[in-house]
Design a protein around this ligand. Structure first.
Ligand SMILES: *[C@@H]1O[C@H](CO)[C@@H](O)[C@H](O)[C@H]1NC(C)=O
Ligand SMILES: *[C@@H]1O[C@H](CO)[C@@H](O)[C@H](O)[C@H]1NC(C)=O
Length: 347
């Protein structure tokens, strides 16, 4: 992951010195058709997600009353103080016989150190200058689950990269969402892993914890993983830049003779749509002011940070934090159809 040097250069433009950032692993909490942000109370949501973070995750998480740190007894993310929830769609491989199988996920590596995940994804909090941590009840969405038009995607912030090796230390390429990175999911038998990057907006209106589309209370300021630039006047509060990385291990699907013969991509997201519909959901849930402390005290990567009271847990600990799948359906192994909601019911 040599992109740090690129990020550091970009950060230098905004502040006197390059800043540290949090970069840590989260294991799978559950794979389920549940979405308390976009479809609160809906049993079960139209498409499947993979969810990580605190185990208070549920179909309804009322921003005014659901206290994530208070209700969670564990988190599937590295830092004990972080009971936020993070989720994305899941990726399926479609074989030419019309059946589907979920693509497994793994942690990321590189010069900054191996991240150990049991499924799940990796999360970054990238500051740029002085940032203001999120408030309890804060939530947001990046990307759009229904979008099929690649031109409508914030391509400098949501993208995919083809890795031709399963060795995640064998990093190739520049900063996230630059170079040959694509909005579409790469479909080349040479890809052994596909890295998905989802970068969230970095500026907040300072008032609303959420908005009807879960996006209009925040704004992007620039592109890429550099913490963001100067905030527009309507969104004056600089927030930590959240980035998700999902490493989809497609090494078992490289045999092109298994691919659909009509030329369509064998890789699709759980909405039955390609890369243009990639999206990430976030519900803030750090304990007390621990995230603010982590940003102010320059906590780095996935290490203990005593100055901010952060405790990094062993992978065996965060990997053991799970919740029970609620939708009564199979999500693993070969499936005759995608687990898509037939009429979603409001609870
Ligand atoms: C999830 O919500 C349901 C219904 O509101 C509740 O019965 C259940 O206890 C909750 N589960 C958890 C793990 O909080
Ligand atoms: C479909 O193809 C996959 C990949 O070759 C195979 O493992 C699976 O058993 C097939 N399923 C059916 C129902 O033919």
């Amino acid at each position: 992951m040599q992109w740090t040097s690129v990020a550091a250069v970009a950060l230098l433009a905004h502040s006197a010195a390059a800043q540290n950032m949090l970069r840590f692993a989260c294991s799978q909490l559950v794979v389920d058709r549940v979405d308390p942000l976009v479809d609160p109370g809906v049993v079960y949501t139209p498409h499947l997600h993979q969810i990580v973070g605190g185990n208070s995750f549920n179909i309804t998480m009322d921003p005014a009353t659901h206290d994530l740190p208070g209700l969670s007894t564990c988190t599937s993310c590295t830092f004990k103080e972080d009971t936020s929830n993070y989720w994305t769609a899941v990726m399926f491989f479609k074989a030419k016989n019309g059946t589907y199988i979920r693509v497994p996920q793994t942690g990321n590596g590189g010069p900054q150190g191996q991240l150990v995940n049991k499924g799940g994804l990796d999360v970054y909090y990238i500051p740029s200058g002085k940032v203001t941590a999120f408030k309890p009840g804060f939530r947001m969405l990046a990307g759009s689950a229904a979008n099929e038009d690649p031109k409508k995607v914030q391509s400098g912030s949501i993208c995919h990269r083809c890795w031709t090796s399963t060795n995640d230390n064998n990093f190739v390429g520049g900063a996230p969402c630059t170079g040959s990175d694509t909005v579409e999911i790469p479909s080349d038998p040479k890809c052994k892993m596909i890295r998905q990057t989802i970068i969230f907006p970095t500026c907040w209106d300072g008032k609303n914890l959420d908005s009807p589309d879960h996006k209009s209370h925040v704004s992007y300021s620039g592109q890429g993983a550099n913490g963001g630039g100067t905030c527009p006047s309507a969104f004056p509060v600089k927030i930590p830049q959240i980035m998700y990385e999902v490493m989809w291990d497609v090494s078992n699907f490289a045999d092109k003779s298994l691919w659909p013969t009509d030329g369509t991509s064998p890789y699709i997201y759980s909405m039955d749509v390609g890369g243009a519909a990639a999206h990430g959901d976030y519900i803030f849930g750090w304990k007390g002011d621990s995230l603010q402390q982590a940003m102010d005290k320059n906590c780095n990567l996935n290490k203990d940070c005593p100055a901010a009271g952060l405790h990094a847990q062993d992978p065996s600990v965060y990997g053991a934090c799970n919740v029970k799948q609620q939708a009564p359906e199979k999500v693993d192994g070969w499936l005759a159809a995608l687990p898509l909601g037939t009429p979603a019911m409001k609870a």
